[in-house]
Design a binder for this molecule. Structure first.
Ligand code: NAI
Length: 381
């Protein structure tokens, strides 16, 4: 019987859990034996008793859980002190390989098969496993609520006995999964929403949500591989900043989500542009972990410059842990199901494009090429 272990997340501020009573019930039905560390779901309001009712064993000692498991399900990259997987075991989670080279080396050396959720290919068949999307959508939603909460104004147009209130003006930069959810949320709250992105395909999606698309010079195509953006030249970014500046100077709230895979986040808002904004305005920079879209953002800090508040929340999905865990756990289970054969045994089919694309380490090797290249280029200390 395949043994699955779900530890409590230990990184500061992490409130999510990689399995819920719903997914435990489904795993048990698939013939898996599931152990959950006691208290693993407390922060996301999934209680031990619910896990037990769903068929999980509750473990007090996480070390024993790691050692005995064939599969460990995690939200964030494990650090060395959390526990050791046995050779041939499987690890699934957000593994941020570029930021944790030592972890990647240890996984390969320990012959662990690790699948990083950030590597799941963005193909139609892999949508149920797409944790980047389920969590980014939450971040986009929460970023707008954060801006609305902090803004010294209403979001909607209001006709009151005391006269009319104009709607808030919101600029959203980057209309991927987080940006599109931010547009939808800001529109539902009644704001006027303007949007900048460099991929031409986005314009229609923005307009269908009621946003106004800010036209950019289309000399260069912003389309990269796999539906993602590509890195634009500095000349393009300068012209983009000039165009966007006019919209920013009228904005009450700005949500930035612009990312380019494997590269630092594009710098879309300079300190000078912040100085030209209205005092009282707020910028929520969701790209802060990749260096930020705004020059002044700092991770999980609030910066006030010329009356403009800039916040860079690094883990908004963790501020809504119940639903983020619910969706995350379903994503993880969908990926785990791909690794099981008809008898419920582990069978890692490296010919499957979703599995092949998601694999970080396997059979003692770092199989994700960009990570392997990065590790090879690192100077040993
Ligand atoms: P992302 O998080 O990598 O980037 C966010 C947005 O920033 C993108 O829309 C990108 O074009 C934009 N951006 C990059 N540079 C910019 C700049 N200089 N100015 C303004 N915007 C800039 O993207 P995300 O959210 O991961 O989505 C990437 C694509 O994948 C989208 O087309 C999305 O619809 C697609 N997708 C497909 C799925 C599937 O078919 N299974 C599932 C999820 C997403």
């Amino acid at each position: 019987m395949v043994k699955v272990f779900v530890p409590r997340e230990r990184r500061p501020g992490e409130t999510r859990v990689a399995a819920t009573p719903e997914t435990v019930r489904r795993m048990v039905k698939l013939g898996l034996e599931v152990a959950v560390e006691r208290g693993a779901g407390e922060a996301s309001l999934f209680h031990d008793a619910e896990f037990a009712t769903a068929g999980a064993h509750l473990l007090d000692d996480p070390g024993a859980g790691w050692e005995g498991a064939d599969v460990v399900l995690k939200v964030t990259p494990p650090d060395a002190a959390e526990g050791r997987l046995k050779p041939g075991a499987v690890l699934i989670g957000f593994l941020a390989p570029y930021r944790h080279p030592d972890m990647v080396r240890a996984l390969a050396a320990g012959n662990v098969t690790s699948l990083a959720l950030e590597l799941v290919p963005r193909v139609t068949r892999a949508q149920p496993m797409d944790a980047l999307s389920s969590q980014a959508s939450i971040a986009g939603y929460k970023a707008v609520l954060l801006a609305a909460w902090r803004l010294p104004k209403y979001f909607p147009l209001l006709m009151t006995a005391a006269g009319t209130i104009k709607p808030a003006r919101v600029v959203i930069m980057g209309a991927g999964v987080a940006g599109l959810q931010a547009i939808a949320t800001a529109k539902r709250l009644g704001a006027v929403v303007e949007v900048s992105d460099i991929r031409a395909a986005v314009k229609e999606q923005v307009e269908s949500l009621g946003g106004k698309f800010i036209e950019l010079p289309q000399a260069e195509s912003g389309e990269g591989q796999g539906g993602y953006a590509r890195e634009m030249g500095e000349d393009f970014l300068r012209r983009q900043r000039e165009i966007v500046q006019r919209h920013l100077s009228q904005a009450d709230a700005v949500i930035t989500t612009a990312l380019v895979p494997g590269r630092p986040a594009p710098r879309l808002i300079t300190a000078d542009m912040v100085h030209a904004m209205r005092p009282g305005a707020i910028i929520v920079d969701l790209a802060v972990e990749q260096g930020g879209n705004c020059e002044l953002s700092q991770a999980d800090r609030e910066v006030v410059e010329n009356g403009v508040t800039i916040v860079g929340p690094s883990n908004l999905a963790a501020t809504m842990p119940h639903d983020s865990s619910l969706l995350f756990a379903r994503n993880v289970l969908s990926l785990l199901q791909l690794l099981l054969d008809k008898e419920g045994k582990l069978a890692v089919n490296t010919e499957d494009e979703v599995i092949a694309g998601s694999l970080l380490t396997h059979a003692g090797q770092v199989v994700h090429k960009p990570t392997a290249e990065l590790l090879a280029a690192e100077v040993p200390v």
